[in-house]
Design a protein around this ligand. Sequence first.
Ligand SMILES: NC(=O)c1ccc[n+]([C@@H]2O[C@H](COP(=O)([O-])OP(=O)(O)OC[C@H]3O[C@@H](n4cnc5c(N)ncnc54)[C@H](O)[C@@H]3O)[C@@H](O)[C@H]2O)c1
Length: 382
Amino acid sequence: MKVSILGAGAIAHAHAEAVEALARYSGLEGVELTGVVDVDAARAAEFAARHGIAHHGTDLSALLAGGDVDVLHICTPPSLHLEQARAALAAGVHVVVEKPAVLSLAEIDAMAEAERAGTGGARFTQIVQHRFGSGAVRLRRLLGDGALGRPLVAVCDTLWFRPPEYFDVPWRGRFDTEGGGPTMGHGIHQFDLLVSILGEWTEVRAMAGRLARDVDTEDVSMAMVRFSSGAMASITNSLLSPRQTSFLRLDTERATVELEHLYGYDDDAWSITAAPGSEDVLQAWSDDVAAEGEQVDGGRSGHLAQLVPTYRALVAGETPPITVADARGTLELAAAIYRSAFTGDTVVRGEISAGDPFYDSMGGAGAPWPPVKDVPVQEVTA
Ligand SMILES: NC(=O)c1ccc[n+]([C@@H]2O[C@H](COP(=O)([O-])OP(=O)(O)OC[C@H]3O[C@@H](n4cnc5c(N)ncnc54)[C@H](O)[C@@H]3O)[C@@H](O)[C@H]2O)c1
């Protein structure tokens, strides 16, 4: 399989390194990183030299027309993902799209349509690497087996720090180009993991604020979420927190499971505490580690952990583990957080549909504070 990367910025390096590592895994020996495209010619050339990539250029259409690509990793700003993925899918090229895949529920539905209409069974998948570390896989397995009892209470905190200059990048801090603030851009990693563990959410009540940064979006949001299992979670998404942490805690009938990390975790970042009389869960947790067999990338939650099963599926002509429906479930939770925060209403799953302003934009008809970023969107993404 010939792989190209579109957008040679910060995260593209993680993609290049992970794709290069794929050939070490059985069944993936034929995966090869062969191209990189960026509107900035010098950046594409530098990226190609650094990663030993044969072809670099500035034109996605030329790459797709050349027919020398099977999978395109889309690492551009989020407002470009839909059109670029549409072009690739129409050309019969699979797409691995960085998070957030798109800016709104309307766009994710358009992405689903683009995949349906694509050529030769080309697939869409989205990066959500934190679902794929061994600890998350184990937790889902033990919950599924009933070993931990029912999930009851969860805490999901993304407490990160981004200084004012982080928002100098023109596409950041705007609903029309970044999709949202820490809810869409940062906390989404952790609450996507929460959704993968707890399943269907049913109801959201939220608040958001722009407390300290010159952005149009929120710089902090907080939500209370009910799941169909009955479990309840609090979610905090902040870019104003000097001691940074990503924290997930799940209390079940039989244990507390905790994860503390920053931008990625390994097995050591997880801990489990048994409820009184349920000490067997500790054994179940460590037995499960022993039974896991192959741990991709040492159990870490990086891009490689997701790309190994993703490429195994693509090579076999099967559906990748993350589908457009998975991406939509988490985006719908983000949209519900914004709508509840900006309107004061409780939002029930399924309620945000075509015709609702929060279907078209995470910001709905606009945040309850005046915008500060007034550069036209064309200039931001040109
Ligand atoms: N999964 C993660 O952990 C993670 C971490 C950081 C960023 N991201 C996501 O990755 C994406 C990119 O973020 P980044 O921080 O790397 O951004 P970046 O600004 O560093 O890089 C974006 C690149 O895209 C290029 N580009 C812009 N328009 C283009 C076009 N029309 N065609 C080709 N190239 C174009 C830019 O020149 C730049 O090199 C975003 O969606 C972001 O949310 C994911």
